[in-house]
Design a protein around this ligand. Structure first.
Ligand code: ADP
Ligand code: MG
Length: 686
């Protein structure tokens, strides 16, 4: 084993206590530490003159001690020490609190370098709680750029700097040069080792930038290659299913209560072509909320079943799985295709029965939640695996679902649109179909942003609509009250509305902590119109379809991502009535207002996600971690999009020549991929 993969305790200066603190930062091995990057830098290169100091700035000066220390006991437990210092420009005082030792350490006439925060009052200049060095030749603490690390309580930045210095001195030479030589030479990259040293302790800006780019490239290349290898259809030897053309499907399409939109037709053609080819289908269907993705899943499953295979469809919530089941089963009944629903929340007997029938092939289509990927679910011959609302699942779950068949075709659906380059990272190399057209006759949802003070009016409006026969959703961000965050909880709001504003209309409550049965019951009541106003958390976010509901009110809308608001808004506007979305914004910040106004202006999901990205940055939006993809430590998206594109080009080039990454010259990157992906529990190479 490489010494890099052993405990950080072997680094000089790291004792058992520090080991535990580092663990909190997910630093366990020496390698983890070396790949733990600064969040910023403090430039301590410049030495100022005393007269150049500015109030409030952290600055460095070189001074001579010109006075004896004066010590004040300000009160019990607080001692203030002041020492006068000078340089050729002027005079200042160094001030410490409860640090008596400095009085012994510093002698009059001594020259020291000092760094600390400047306080000016009148003509008096003070530097508070400064650090100092007596060896003025040394640039270790003052005189260079110092990294600033993300820390945890009881761990200080200067300790991290010391650990890092020791780690680099002792172990950097062990870090593998993972980028294949023929590539790093061609791109004129730095070595990984030099880059690591430069990123932790940059000598200057140019070196830093090039080093960071090298490491970002290493990271993105590893990630992209790994993801493409997971998909692994560069492997031509893989045997995949070739589905038959089916005449019956046209009959089925004819029998639907509506005509397919052109976008649906085009997408279904793309799916059919994939399914009829001998390659494995890996297709992502992107389509805005309400664009009609479900029917495409149904058609594909129909096709799979008519070729004698089973199909499976996974949805992120029980509500959604049940809704799919109810509508799909109804459609397929007459075509001799047997569907079942598998969620955690059914009786054991029922579950056992379903599992047996899936295994024996008596059930053709299985619809469900995460329960589907449990080990005990086995298929007789699974040919098609579908995940709905893919953005709610991780790569691992998708892989697990498809591993239930022998190279089944894969279809994933999402309402969250993302640009192609990023899709390559998020979804490996999926082919993408886009449904860019809504079914005809939809009325545009009217969106309004309101603040807390107009809530009475908003509720009055809801009440009027309800009396006309409509229904409304009111969505809150959290289930229970949290004092610190001042978030209106669903439970509290429900109680409040039920007893006051909506005393005489039927109010229901739905949240994630309720039992599955209870949730289904409430949702069903809402569908049947037995509930007029449904107060809920975001459990209703995905996919739910109740055409009679035409109002969506979102409390604390500023706390949601725009993509999520758009999803929520998509719950209304599904019927013949004019629909409304009212966003209650409690924040006065400019960014919040800007974000909310985007929602008012457009209903276009693509545009919304782009704007969200612009304003918020990618961190939350892309939630890479949530996708179960190894986390990016140094690369930033979309900031590093150019580097990503470069990495993708190189990636395709490598795989074209060496589809399974078996050549000696690619061994270094193969090892890196194994290491990074295995850590996430993703096995790529057997
Ligand atoms: P999403 O893309 O958000 O999953 P759904 O598949 O739930 O959308 O479809 C939303 C609604 O539109 C459903 O009630 C569905 O029956 C209806 N629908 C789908 N396609 C069409 C169409 N071509 N014409 C009319 N209505 C359609
Ligand atoms: Mg859907």
């Amino acid at each position: 084993m490489n010494k890099l993969d052993t405990s950080v305790q072997y680094i000089k200066g790291v004792g058992p206590k520090k080991v535990n603190l580092l663990k909190k930062l997910e630093i366990e091995t020496i390698r983890d530490l070396i790949y733990y990057f600064p969040k910023g830098y403090e430039d301590r290169r410049e030495l100022k003159k005393i007269t150049e100091l500015n109030e409030g700035e952290k600055s460095s000066i070189k001074v001579v001690i010109s006075g004896l220390p004066s010590i004040y006991r300000a009160r019990r437990g607080l001692t203030i020490i002041k020492i006068q210092v000078k340089d050729e420009s002027g005079m200042a005082y160094l001030v410490w609190f409860n640090q008596d030792y400095v009085t012994k350490d510093l002698k009059i006439g001594e020259t020291i370098k000092v760094n600390g925060k400047v306080k000016k009052s009148g003509n008096i200049i003070e530097i508070h709680s400064p650090i100092y060095v007596k060896n003025i030749q040394s640039n270790d603490k003052i005189g260079r750029v110092l990294p600033v690390y993300p820390l945890t309580e009881k761990l200080k930045n200067n300790e991290m700097i010391k650990f890092m210095t020791n780690a680099l001195n002792e172990y950097l030479y062990l870090v593998e040069e993972s980028i294949p030589e023929y590539i790093s030479e061609r791109l004129k990259l730095f070595t990984i080792r030099d880059s690591l040293r430069n990123v932790h302790f940059p000598k200057n800006r140019e070196l830093y930038i090039k080093s960071r780019s090298t490491l970002a490239f290493e990271e993105l290349l590893t990630l992209q290659l790994g993801l493409l290898l997971m998909r692994n259809d560069y492997d031509k030897s893989k045997e995949c299913i070739k589905f038959e053309e089916s005449k019956e499907i046209y009959e089925f399409i004819e029998s639907l209560p509506f005509d397919l939109t052109n976008a649906q037709k085009r997408t279904f053609k793309e799916i059919s072509d994939d399914m009829e080819s001998d390659k494995q289908m890996n297709r992502l269907v992107q389509g805005d909320v309400g664009s009609g993705k479900t029917i495409l899943a149904v058609l594909s499953m129909f096709k799979a079943c008519k070729s004698g295979y089973q199909a499976v469809m996974m949805a992120p919530t029980e509500i959604l799985a049940r809704q799919h089941y109810d509508s799909i089963q109804g459609l397929l009944e007459n075509y001799n295709i047997k569907c079942e629903l598998l969620i955690s929340n059914i009786s054991n007997k029922n579950k056992k029965d379903i599992i047996e029938k899936v295994k024996s092939g008596d059930i053709d289509i299985l619809i469900g939640t995460h329960a589907l990927i449990e080990d005990y679910v086995e298929f007789k011959n699974l040919g098609l695996a579908i995940t709905d609302e893919q953005h709610r699942f991780g790569v691992k779950q998708r892989a697990k679902l498809s591993s239930k068949g022998r190279n089944p075709d894969i279809l994933v659906m999402t309402a969250t649109p993302i640009p192609r380059t990023l899709a390559l990272i998020m979804y490996g190399d999926l082919d993408i179909s886009i449904i860019d057209e809504l079914p005809p006759g939809r009325k545009k949802i009217k969106t309004y942003v309101r603040n807390e003070s107009s809530k009475d009016k908003v509720y009055e409006f809801v009440r009027k609509q309800v009396l006309e026969g409509r229904q409304a959703y009111i969505v809150c961000p959290l289930v229970e009250e949290s004092d610190s965050l001042d978030i209106q909880s669903a439970v509290e709001l429900y109680e409040n509305l039920k007893n006051n504003e909506f005393r005489d209309i039927k109010v229901g409550l739905l949240h994630g902590k309720m039992k599955g049965k209870e949730k289904d019951y409430i949702m069903n009541e809402f569908k049947l119109g037995e509930i007029d106003v449904l107060v809920s958390t975001t459990v209703i976010e995905v996919g739910v379809n109740v055409p009679n509901s035409n109002i969506m009110i979102i409390e604390n809308a500023e706390r949601f991502g725009l993509a999520q608001l758009h999803q929520l808004r998509g719950r209304v506007g599904r019927g013949e009535y004019q629909s409304y979305c009212i966003l209650i914004n409690k924040s006065n910040s400019r960014v919040s207002k800007e974000r909310m106004s985007i929602m008012e202006k457009t209903n276009d999901g693509f545009l919304i996600s782009e704007k969200d990205l612009e304003i918020r940055g990618p961190g939350e939006f892309f939630g890479i971690r949530q996708h179960g993809i190894p986390e990016l430590k140094i690369a930033r998206l979309p900031g590093d999009i150019k580097i990503l594109k470069m990495a993708q080009e190189i990636c395709f080039e490598i795989l074209k020549e060496d589809p399974k990454l078996e050549l000696e010259k690619n061994k270094s990157i193969r090892n890196k991929i194994s290491r990074i992906f295995n850590k996430e529990g993703l096995i790529i190479f057997n």
